[in-house]
Design a protein around this ligand. Structure first.
Ligand code: URA
Length: 423
């Protein structure tokens, strides 16, 4: 077999066989196939797509590239969640303790940043001392002890995705339904959960720019789940505006804590409650509305917040020492009116340029930098009002930032954060 022929076949929009996909993926993992060859194949997939059969095969090959977690020694139904990635997406930091506080075990393997800011693991690492690299036995013991653990993918869990994901990040090949579906589902299947809730984001700040694409992605992931006998529920959610108030890493952890103590931004709080309720519904086999009541109770009585504190402590973190830069640089409104739009991607790019995310797979993250918004879409602002700020240790010129906010005389119709649920 020859990688150039495989690339050419995909470039010509022909279906790759199981063996051809296996040859490309395994060759890339063991180093026989080079970055430039894999990038070329990935780009051909982005442009020409894949058939369902190719997607199932790619998922299976990636899944078989490493270890599979066996969570059977954890009692109860294990429900995992995954987000396709959004700006300011700290949902796991809120949802995991909410679900765990309801008695559903959360054994969560999370990732590092792909795109503008860090991933859940990067965010947690902004808490001083927080150990995200748990060994498998410790991970399972922790879930049995306190019903929650969040760790980075262990060394050998879906190594193919780890390597391909990092390459996609820096070669403009992230936005592809077959690649996203197989990347997510191989990890979810390898992570050993019994059931899976997917948060498929759609909008200006997401990979999926329209609801149709998000539905297609959801449907193929549900089909992959069926192929591997796992129940999958997909929520299609709006990602036009930053999630919550913060974009960054440490600053997002603080935003998550605010949400857990009941002071979260409303749309983000709703998103977390709904995702958690589907997870609890699957984990406890109760209907979604009863699950929602239970989740709300755990938010209101602070049991979920206490669960987060327990998690941080167990994994060695110091909750009083979160890396957030001290210097604040204001974003000041240049007119009076209502915020009718926010250029979320531009804001995220700004945060990325400060160092909140990675530009290449080797980059280090600056956990302390970020952006906080005091105002959201439809909020009224007056001229010269501070609508948010940037945190950084270095001098930051924030004058351009106000151009990312559209301010008009009239407000707009609210878009619900949850568009659809697909089963
Ligand atoms: N999240 C993933 O895990 N993989 C992707 O490809 C995109 C988002």
């Amino acid at each position: 077999m020859d990688i150039v022929n495989i690339i050419t076949k995909k470039k010509d929009n022909k279906e790759l066989s199981y063996d051809e996909i296996k040859y490309a993926v395994e060759g890339y993992v063991n180093g026989d196939i080079k970055d430039y060859q894999m990038s070329s194949l990935l780009m051909a997939i982005v442009i020409n797509g894949m058939t369902d059969e190719e997607i199932f095969n790619l998922t299976e090959i990636m899944l078989n590239s490493g270890d599979k977690l066996d969570l059977s020694s954890i009692s109860g139904i294990k429900v995992d969640k995954h987000s396709t990635g959004g700006i300011g997406d700290k949902t796991t930091l809120v949802v995991a303790p909410l679900v765990s506080a309801c008695g559903v075990p959360v054994a969560k393997m999370s990732g590092r940043g792909l795109g503008f800011t860090g991933g859940t693991i990067d965010k947690l690492e902004s808490i001083s001392g927080f150990n995200t690299s748990l060994d498998m036995n410790d991970f399972i013991k922790q879930v049995n002890d306190i019903k929650i653990a969040i760790a980075t993918q262990t060394g050998n869990l879906v190594p193919a995705d780890k390597k391909i994901y990092a390459l996609r990040d820096v070669t403009g090949t992230t936005e592809s339904i077959p690649l996203i579906a197989s990347s997510i589902m191989s990890k979810k299947l390898a992570s050993g959960a019994d059931k899976i809730v997917l948060d498929v984001k759609v909008g200006k700040g997401a990979f999926m720019k329209n609801i149709d694409a998000a539905k297609k992605l959801s449907e193929i992931m549900i089909k992959i789940g069926k192929r591997f006998k796992k129940e999958v529920v997909a929520l299609i959610t709006n990602m036009d505006y930053p999630l919550g108030r913060a974009i960054g890493n440490g600053i997002e952890v603080k935003d998550a804590i605010d949400t857990l103590i009941g002071n979260g931004e409303e749309r983000f709080t709703k998103l977390c409650l709904v995702i958690a309720s589907y997870m609890v519904s699957l984990g406890k086999k109760i209907n979604v509305s009863d699950a929602l009541d239970l989740v709300k109770e755990k938010l209101d009585n602070k049991e979920a917040y206490n669960k987060f504190l327990e998690l941080v402590k167990y994994q060695g973190g110091d909750i009083n020492n979160i890396d957030i830069c001290k210097n604040k640089y204001d974003i000041i409104s240049d007119k009076e009116g209502y915020i009718t739009d926010i250029d979320t991607l531009k804001l995220a790019e700004f945060a990325n340029n400060l160092g909140a995310g990675r530009k290449t797979k080797e980059d280090n993250i600056n956990y302390g930098v970020g952006i906080l918004l005091n105002k959201k879409v439809n909020d009224k602002v007056s001229k010269n009002e501070v609508i948010g700020y940037v945190v950084s240790d270095e001098n930051v010129d924030t004058t351009s930032l106000i151009s990312y906010f559209t301010i008009k005389k009239e407000n707009i119709n609210e878009i619900d954060i949850i568009y659809d649920v697909i089963k």
